[in-house]
Design a protein. Structure first.
Length: 144
């Protein structure tokens, strides 16, 4: 499950990178809002930097999932980070009704799709972390 979570995060990161590179139409298609799309088309730095920072977070989370799946070396605070990432995804997905009014520029399809994906990825992290929990204990290298 952690490998699936890692793959999903890597895909989300790749989509964010493509969005930052390809500009306004991608921001619109992916539901990021007209304001970001227009800023991108005007050459403003903010949409690309914000989107690339978000992609970086997803890449880091992907690496943590791979570390939890023991596919790459152990990363610091592994159990803690995996739990936090699972919680963030699950809360983001389940907070649908609270978040939507705060971002009126984003379309409803964006919120339904992104919330569903968030719950799916959160479940991968939560179930995957639970399955390998005992093997993630302190092993003398990094403290959890």
């Amino acid at each position: 499950m952690l490998v699936w979570g890692a793959l999903c995060c890597a895909l989300v990161a790749a989509i964010h990178i493509a969005c930052a590179l390809l500009g306004g139409d991608w921001y619109r298609v992916l539901g990021a809002g007209e304001q970001l799309a227009q800023m991108s088309e005007q050459g403003h730095w903010y949409p690309a930097v914000l989107t690339l920072l978000i992609a970086l977070v997803f890449i880091i989370w992907s690496l943590y999932a791979l570390s939890g799946a023991q596919m790459i070396p152990r990363l610091p605070f592994l159990r803690t980070v995996l739990c936090i990432v699972a919680a963030i995804f699950l809360l983001r997905g389940l907070a649908f009704f609270v978040i939507v009014p705060l971002f009126p520029d984003n379309n409803l399809t964006f919120w339904i799709v992104s919330s569903s994906i968030s719950v799916l990825i959160g479940a991968c992290y939560a179930i995957g972390t639970a399955r390998v929990w005992s093997s993630l204990g302190y092993q003398g290298k990094f403290c959890d």
